[in-house]
Design a binder for this molecule. Sequence first.
Ligand code: SAH
Length: 343
Amino acid sequence: MTDIKSMTRDEITDALVDMGEAAFRGKQVFSWLHSGVRSFDEMSNLSKPLRAKLAERFEITAPTVARKQASKLDGTIKYLWELNDGNCIETVLMSYHHGNTVCVSSQVGCRMGCKFCASTIAGKVRDLRPSEILDQVLFTQLDSGMEISNIVLMGIGEPMDNLDNVLRFLELVNSPDGLNIGMRHISLSTCGVVPGIDRLAGLGLQLTLSVSLHAPDSATRSRIMPVNNAYDVEELFAACHRYFQKTGRRISFEYAMIDGVNDSDAQADLLAQKIHGMPGHVNLIPLNDVVESEFKPSRRVAAFQKRLESHGITATVRRSLGGDIDASCGQLRRKAMEGRDGT
Ligand code: SAH
């Protein structure tokens, strides 16, 4: 069966025309799918025979809530969704003054192996389809009743390791007949897969690229991020400079502060030097303590930020949300997999 929600409006229209239907049905079906229907029977402006024909050929992905945790501290909601094949993924909904942001997963698990990250411990199971990435936005909005204005691809998985599906998801979520979320309201985060950065640069999309840097020197970065053995710090920064040249978009560098590993003044100095020449922004993240990890949160976040600012680099400290609900990526899924949450 074909996954109809991964198809564009034009593809759906072509398929319907091939079935002998009028072209305007394409837009109707597309709109229904993007309103979050779970079956063709809900498409009330289609004839019953057409609904039956569609159900024979196409499947509609629709996840169910496997777990849901709401933070009492700040209203952050974390969903564990069960997909059609029984796999589970996480989505986090965060409220800020400027609107509601949803953090979506791009893969079931991850194969990048970052040493401080819970999402990668059990490896990658499979890529998510475009529809399954979109469903996280759709069904989080439906379940919570909160309108989503921003999307960050910062959940479980490496978007550049599933780039075809991620690009199609972007096209779908951006569609005026669907959720119509503008590229400037979307961020894509990568651990530093250089060919992916170059491919994205070539498309000239107006989204924000976040690069999970976490260290300005290859010795430290290779210690915590195996991807650095494939594309080292020098290659990564060269790609970031190319990206800025092509798109004119400021890059956001993610930097999780790890005690005694990447939090020295010398590393702040080197980081400032590397960013020089492009309008980069550094987002300092207090490390989330992952039980399985040997790495602990740094106590030098404010000092590191000051040091960067003394070099003229803008650096913000990410507000930690959902501290009481395992809201950092991969932690809820791992708990559910191991039965550590008592289920
Ligand atoms: N694979 C992509 C997107 C998913 S990870 C990437 O690497 O960017 C989203 C962000 O969370 C990344 O910046 C990642 O490095 C960071 N992260 C992972 N584990 C963390 C932890 N324990 N504490 C703080 N940030 C973490």
